[in-house]
Design a protein around this ligand. Structure first.
Ligand code: SAM
Length: 261
């Protein structure tokens, strides 16, 4: 293997622990018929075992030096390398259905997950390593301090599951934080239309803008006093007390109300 110096700006922490790599690949359970998309293959720690499992692997890597390393070291007919920024990558060019995996660059994980949500119709599942704290926020339930915009939006689009924790020592360089493996499975049907989903996102953003304020206060630009009488939500509660279903009801109420006017 050609050894590379990790670049901080690309969030590089390379997996080097064989047992952990095997544990992660076993959790992914790649099949020969799979089209797998790996974000940030790095030096190929996970790419090679994924290819050995027999499927096609599309790898998206931003770093020129790593592109060179991967071209030199991985020679497999099923390996397709894309020299691109995953944040702006058009995933619809890959295949009609694919599985997504990766040890994500932690500095861009939130915008990257939001970008991926545009492609849920094509994605079978997502199995990614992230900072544990971010995974805990994603799977958080209402009524907790860590439940927020990320929890509501990702749980709206997907079934979410924290699979297991990953200690810092399995990476080189060793990160300061713990990691966890997250599984997201996009829902096959969703209650809102595309237009309503844009409204849902705006609504959730506003609701959590000032976490300590009541929901009524945060949404006062959208809803009047008497609107709350028609909603199954206590106007004195805070955004963190609302379930994903509550946010869906709010969005539906807003669109229906607009139609009446
Ligand atoms: N998968 C490798 C491993 O586990 O050893 C590397 C993981 S490292 C945490 C993150 C990888 O994502 C690096 O290879 C980095 O260069 C790449 N990366 C960072 N930003 C990226 C972006 N915007 N688009 C695509 N790849 C990116």
């Amino acid at each position: 293997m050609i050894s590379m110096r990790a670049k901080k700006r690309f969030g590089q922490n390379f997996l080097h622990d064989r047992r952990m790599i095997d544990k992660i690949v076993s959790a992914i359970r790649p099949k020969t018929s799979d089209v797998v998309v790996e974000i940030g293959p790095g030096q190929g720690a996970m790419t090679q075992p994924l290819l050995t499992a027999g499927g096609v692997v599309h790898a998206i890597e931003i770093d020129d030096d790593l592109i060179y390393v991967l071209q030199q070291t991985i020679r497999d007919a099923g390996f397709i390398l894309h020299h691109a920024d995953a944040l702006t990558f058009d995933f619809s060019q890959i295949a009609s259905r694919f599985r997504l995996v990766g040890n994500l660059p932690y500095n861009i994980s939130t915008p990257l997950l939001f970008h991926l949500m545009k492609y849920t119709a094509r994605i079978v599942d997502i199995t990614v390593m992230l900072q544990r704290e971010v995974v805990d926020r994603i799977v958080a339930e209402p009524n907790s301090k860590i439940y927020g915009r990320l929890s509501v939006m990702l749980q709206y689009y997907c079934a979410v599951d924290r699979l297991f924790l990953i200690p810092p020592g399995v990476f080189d360089p060793v990160p300061k934080v713990e990691s966890a493996l997250l599984r997201l499975v996009p829902k096959t049907s969703r209650p809102l239309t595309g237009e309503e989903e844009i409204l849902l996102e705006a609504c959730v953003k506003l609701a959590f803008a000032q976490r300590r304020k009541t929901i009524k206060n945060n949404l006062k630009g959208l809803l009047q006093e008497n609107d709350w009488l028609n909603l199954p939500i206590d106007p004195q509660s805070r955004a963190e007390n609302l379930s994903v279903q509550n946010f869906i009801s709010l969005t539906q109420y807003l669109t229906q109300n607009r139609m009446i006017q």
